[in-house]
Design a protein around this ligand. Structure first.
Ligand code: SF4
Length: 430
């Protein structure tokens, strides 16, 4: 059989080996030949995943208008701050994640969330079974059908929880979707992983329901030995081993790693997380409101933590979610609060134009001199919109245009309420 005639599962395996260890390949002609032969199959598989994700993660499903507008502002800001997020097809933001352990046993040295060591597991026993379903019910009640786009891991390893599969079953019962699983422990208990894949079945796996994070070449070998190409036909292998062609995001623990690995590419302009919403930790009984953010000095984990709450029961959980929505998600730009431009967004004034710049993108509006003065006060001096309207003489027309542009910048995520660091951004207090 010629190389181009390998079936998809076999070709996928060859491609995985190359991505994991490109230094081993001197002659790429065989791989390129196979790639061409499988291009149509690849398009169809990816197309299927994208249309499923677009349907499952459609913001039209968000029930609360405040959450919807906030979510859209976060998404717009991320795409403006990061050209990679903007151009990456199939990149979706999700509204909720549930952690079923406290910490993670894997300890990857590139962990962008700097997950701490595993210290507790939330088992599917006793009161937890009822509590878990109630917590899922509260999230669904709050977000509507959009809750189905959530995940059951975050800074955790799904298979650290021996009952992970049962938690997933409840998620499906309540939301009608099986959350995607990304595991770095696919080879820890091969039979468990195999049973999990079988139970999900082909149709679910074809929606990218399972991904294996591969952290070493040895692990890749073990996975390839343990599973047949057919078993992994739909399972995406994410090559996170140091030798792979894939880059790391420079956030969390990989910030320290970037000084030691000169040959590896570290990306500064994209967050490794895709959550804009609630991260609930079940063993700790905490819930954080977080937003993906391009990593940097202020947000080294690639996310902003807006607030963290504890809860004792589902009723307190509901109250915490609603209070955070009320506090952080106004439908309209707050006109009495000081504002500032989001990080990695800059602005300049020239002549009658105000230009806002993001990552390899800019947008300009035309304004008069009085509005220019107003914008200087808004973004440089931190003076609220209402105070500017009182202090700067403007005609009614200028006032309306100033407000319209400020609203536009707010809606697009370029302008935010001015905030102080809240001490949780480094992740030490997660
Ligand atoms: S990258 Fe994932 S598996 Fe690795 S330490 Fe972080 S949370 Fe755990």
């Amino acid at each position: 059989m010629g190389k181009a005639e390998l079936d998809w599962g076999q070709y996928k395996r060859q491609a995985e080996k190359y991505i994991a260890d490109p230094g081993e390949y001197k002659d790429l002609s065989g791989l390129q030949e196979m790639k061409k032969a499988h291009a149509e199959r690849y398009r169809s598989l990816i197309g299927n995943v994208r249309s499923y994700m677009a349907e499952k993660g459609s913001p039209d499903k968000i029930k609360d208008p405040r959450f919807k507008l906030w979510f859209q502002r976060q998404e717009a800001r991320n795409r403006f701050q990061s050209s990679i997020s903007r151009h990456m097809e199939g990149m979706y933001y999700i509204p909720a994640a549930f952690e079923l352990t406290d910490g993670c046993s894997i300890g990857c040295d590139f962990c962008c969330l700097a997950a701490k060591r595993l210290s507790a597991v939330y088992r599917y026993t006793g009161e937890h079974t009822r509590e878990w379903r109630d917590i899922l019910g509260v999230m669904r009640e709050t977000l509507g059908d959009f809750a189905g786009a959530g995940l059951c891991y975050f800074a955790t390893e799904p298979f650290d929880n021996p009952d992970y599969e049962q938690f997933l079953q409840d998620f499906y019962d309540i939301n009608g979707y099986i959350p995607q699983t990304t595991t770095a422990a696919a080879d820890r208990d091969i039979e468990r992983t195999r049973t999990f894949l079988r139970k999900l079945g082909e149709e679910e796996l074809a929606h990218a329901a399972v991904r294996f994070s591969v952290t070493s070449l040895k692990q890749l070998e073990k996975i390839h030995r343990a599973f047949t190409p057919e078993e992994l036909y739909y399972v995406e292998l994410l090559m996170n081993n140091p030798e792979s062609v894939n880059a790391y995001s420079r956030s969390g623990r990989s910030i320290g790693l970037s000084d030691q690995m000169e040959s590896k590419q570290f990306l500064d302009n994209i967050s490794s997380i895709c959550i804009c919403g609630f991260v609930t930790n079940m063993p700790r009984h905490t819930v954080m409101l977080v937003s993906a953010h391009r990593p940097g000095e202020r947000y080294p984990l690639g996310m902003r933590i807006l607030e963290k709450r504890t809860f004792r029961d589902p009723a307190e959980y509901r109250a915490a979610l609603l209070e955070m929505i009320e506090r952080w998600m106004p439908c309209e730009m707050p006109k009495d609060s000081p504002m500032e431009t989001a990080d990695f967004v800059s602005w300049e004034q020239s002549g009658f134009r105000i230009k806002i710049r993001g990552d390899k993108i800019s947008r300009a509006v035309t304004t008069g001199a009085a509005e220019q003065e107003g914008f200087r006060m808004l973004v440089r001096d931190g003076i609220s919109v209402n105070d500017i309207l009182t202090a700067v003489p403007m005609t009614e027309y200028e006032k309306a245009r100033f407000l319209k542009n400020a609203e536009l910048f707010y809606k697009s995520g370029y302008l935010e309420e001015r905030r102080e660091k809240n001490g949780m951004e480094s992740g030490k207090d997660q």
